[in-house]
Ligand binder design. Structure first.
Ligand SMILES: Cc1cc2nc3c(=O)[nH]c(=O)nc-3n(C[C@H](O)[C@H](O)[C@H](O)COP(=O)(O)OP(=O)(O)OC[C@H]3O[C@@H](n4cnc5c(N)ncnc54)[C@H](O)[C@@H]3O)c2cc1C
Length: 311
């Protein structure tokens, strides 16, 4: 594993501005759903919102900042992530009903917890979140969705802190949401959001959640080391169909292979590197382009540094 040689010095410098936890050369592999990737040069877990704001406003200029949520949609490269990686820990894991149909949610709350809270309060529109791994913050950034719903359908407003420590509140109209993407800049850290649902009976909501769980369990490799759908679906064809049509569904590189359950999922058989996974992804893109003329786009976010991937 590669270590960042100046990391301890940088941590000591940053320590002056933080009440939260600061680590140097922190291995991100155990938190990544793919179970690959190198170290964060610095990992910062803020004590609370004030701490995050203060830290960002005081940190020296020019250090890259990367925000990570549940790391369920990430491919963290093998040499790791330079600069400061921020993970919002338990201080951001709160959830409160603020009005009849509105919930205020901290950015580190897992999607499943949001859906279960909505069920408890007879709120509909949140069931799709029950089966999507990850946290609110990552889901706001990705416009996470499943079974015909997306987070934008229930979003009322979001609070961000930018990488200079300024608070920015945005309503749904201020953000452009498209399929699995938004125009939220990488410099904006979502710290909380208000989501809004409608009322429904508990039994109906429960039934919907059970249906989605069943669909998920029977069609996707949810117990594997994976980052979910690798590529975005295209307007006319699902990514998994394009991959199958280009005869890529049996491809494997090193420890990375295509799931036999769902051909748009790459899985780590146990010993894959991030390089294996990225090379497999790029190989698929090239083969699909050759066969169909369509260029698949990564849905998984690739972060950090690693060996160059060339075909
Ligand atoms: C088995 C499996 C199934 C999946 N199924 C689905 C599915 O059905 N639908 C779907 O949409 N996705 C799915 N995903 C992908 C993933 O779960 C979602 O994209 C999820 O919303 C990512 O949340 P996260 O907290 O893990 O974000 P991460 O993976 O940590 O980050 C994703 C992006 O969000 C950014 N980010 C994270 N936190 C914040 C924050 N607080 N503020 C600003 N930006 C932030 C990161 O910088 C990164 O760009 C699946 C993944 C797996 C492993």
């Amino acid at each position: 594993m590669k270590f960042w040689t100046e990391a301890d010095k940088l941590r000591d410098k940053l320590n002056l501005h933080a009440r939260g936890e600061l680590y140097s050369n922190y291995s991100l592999m155990p938190i990544s759903w793919f179970r690959v990737g190198g170290c964060a040069e610095i990992l910062f877990v803020p004590k609370d919102e004030e701490d995050l704001k203060y830290f960002l406003s005081r940190k020296p200029e020019g250090i890259p900042i990367t925000i990570i949520g549940g790391a369920s949609n990430l491919l963290i490269r093998d040499y790791g992530i330079p600069g400061i990686v921020i993970i919002l820990g338990k201080a951001f894991n709160y959830i409160n009903l603020i009005e009849d149909k509105r919930i205020n949610i901290g950015a580190s709350v897992p999607n499943k917890k949001i859906s279960n809270f909505a069920l408890k309060n007879n709120l509909q529109g949140f069931s799709f979140l029950n089966t999507i791994p990850g946290t609110l913050g990552g889901s706001i950034k990705m416009n996470a969705g499943a079974y015909g719903s997306e987070i934008k359908d229930i979003l009322y407003s979001t609070k961000f802190i930018d990488t200079s420590g300024n608070i920015k509140k945005k309503s749904i109209a201020d953000i452009k949401y498209k399929y699995r993407t938004t125009d939220i800049s990488d410099k904006m850290i979502c710290v909380s959001s208000i989501l809004e649902g409608g009322f429904a009976g508990k039994d109906d909501i429960k039934q919907e959640i059970e249906k989605f769980k069943f669909l998920r369990n029977t069609t996707q490799p949810i117990k594997e080391r994976t980052g979910g759908s690798t590529f975005k679906n295209t307007e006319n064809k699902k990514a998994w169909e394009l991959i199958r049509d280009a005869e890529c569904d049996k491809l494997a590189i090193g420890g990375a292979m295509i799931s036999q359950r769902h051909s748009n999922f790459i899985i780590n058989k146990g010993n894959a590197s991030a390089y294996d996974i990225e090379l497999l992804g790029e190989t698929i893109i090239e083969r699909v382009k050759k066969k169909t003329g369509i260029k698949l786009e990564w849905e998984i976010k690739r972060m950090g540094l690693g060996p160059e991937v060339t075909l």
